[in-house]
Design a protein around this ligand. Structure first.
Ligand SMILES: [Ca+2]
Length: 213
């Protein structure tokens, strides 16, 4: 019976400790999650399992990106520049959907978009035909390029949209083998799009420049 006594003693101590810790660490009221505050009908209509699936996709996007992302909607992760401006937004498709919804935030009152890519933005898409996750950018990268790994989409781009008349984009791939060499993939005109980057270029883009036309 000695063993039982010890177990009982340990059990009692653990329970007491848990209560103490609970009193110390449990906040009076938990803040609602970003996802549960997203009241768009398409989000509210998701099943519990679909909501969990979507949150896993958001968490994976945040984990993949080298830069710190902030979940700003049930299916969006925003990346802010040092001065607090929106630098990029990853918009994920909802479970059961192939195309990611429109961006929740509209800039300057403009609501129109092109394949979900907001006016004045340019976008890279996970899949061909502008399907799958969409990574939205607004800024020029004329000196240092943008790196897809910072935003969690290295070697994923399959289609794109440049929904601005102001920017040209050049896409590059890091040569395999860590040689430090870069391979040109494609150059886009302003206000243009591609439903597929082609078999040779698919899932290869690592960095890009965007310069003012
Ligand atoms: Ca892809």
């Amino acid at each position: 019976m000695r063993t039982t006594t010890i177990r009982r003693t340990i059990g009692a101590s653990t329970a007491a400790l848990a209560v103490t810790l609970g009193m110390l660490t449990t906040p009076a009221m938990a803040a609602p999650s970003v996802a549960s505050s997203d009241t768009r009908p398409a989000i509210v209509a998701l099943t519990k399992a679909q909501k969990a699936e979507l949150q896993r996709a958001v968490d994976a996007q945040i984990k993949r990106a080298a830069k710190k992302g902030t979940q700003t909607a049930a299916n969006e992760v925003t990346y802010y520049s040092a001065d607090g401006k929106v630098e990029a937004v990853a918009v994920l498709p909802l479970p059961g959907e192939t195309i990611a919804p429109s961006y929740t935030q509209t800039a300057n009152g403009i609501t129109s978009d092109w394949h979900g890519c907001p006016t004045f933005a340019y976008c890279f898409y996970e899949n061909s035909n502008w399907e799958g996750a969409r990574w939205q950018f607004w800024a020029a990268y004329e000196g240092p390029p943008g790196y897809a790994s910072n935003y969690g989409f290295q070697d994923r781009t399959s289609s794109w949209v440049v929904n601005t008349s102001a920017l040209y984009i050049v896409a590059d791939d890091a040569a395999p083998g860590g040689t430090g060499q870069w391979l040109w993939l494609w150059t886009t005109n302003p206000q243009s799009s591609a439903s597929y980057v082609g078999n040779t270029n698919n899932d290869r883009m690592d960095r890009w420049w965007a310069w003012v036309a």
